[in-house]
Write a protein that binds this ligand. Structure first.
Ligand SMILES: [Fe+2]
Ligand SMILES: [Fe+2]
Length: 193
């Protein structure tokens, strides 16, 4: 699915189900980070007009996802906790070497974003299929569709701004690297943990 090389073990959902407060907290901050990334791309690459247009739309959508998760937290009588470290993203962002041209840097940022959307989408799909809590399962089914669209959008931008063959090779290499990272994950009640 989505080109990912290693599917998540469905037993991860059993871990999540024991601590819904924790997954919702982590998830809220994933949405906040997605909005922040979109803003950061606007600031770093203002001359890419169609990217700026799409990122402007994305900021709104991701922050509305943040609110949806926040509303769920409130409805269950909880208060949003502090941001959690995202070990997965921190490891992933070390893959591409620093430096290179501005275009290269942009392509790398877009590929990272595409992959994080893809993995989030895969995790949401699993939650939508496996959670016993039907209300949350439906919630994750709806969000899954949005994140799948974001994955495609980021990957298409990378292919548009970079050299197609080079971008496709980098994407495959990044997917391999991500699968290695995932081997040690799937054990925590976080979206990427
Ligand atoms: Fe989102
Ligand atoms: Fe997204």
């Amino acid at each position: 699915m989505l080109g990912l090389k290693l599917p998540t073990d469905p037993r991860w959902v059993n871990i999540v189900e024991k601590n819904i407060e924790e997954i919702l907290t982590d998830h809220a901050f994933c949405e906040q980070k997605a909005a922040s990334t979109a803003i950061s791309l606007i600031v770093s690459f203002p001359e890419y007009t169609d990217l700026v247009q799409e990122m402007t739309k994305l900021v709104k959508e991701e922050i509305s996802h943040f609110k949806m998760v926040h509303d769920k937290i409130i409805a269950r009588g909880w208060t949003l906790g502090r941001d959690r470290k995202d070990e997965y993203v921190n490891k992933l962002l070390k893959f591409f070497p620093k430096g290179g041209s501005r275009e290269t840097h942009l392509v790398h940022r877009l590929l990272y974003a595409a992959l994080i959307e893809a993995r989030s989408c895969e995790r949401f799909k699993l939650l939508s299929e496996e959670l016993e809590d039907q209300e949350l399962a439906k919630f994750y089914r709806d969000l899954m569709v949005s994140e799948a669209n974001h994955y495609t959008m980021f990957l298409n931008f990378a292919r548009k701004y970079g050299k197609r063959e080079e971008v496709d090779k980098k994407w495959q290499d990044l997917l391999e690297f991500e699968a290695e990272i995932m081997k040690d994950l799937g054990t925590k009640e976080t979206i990427h943990g």
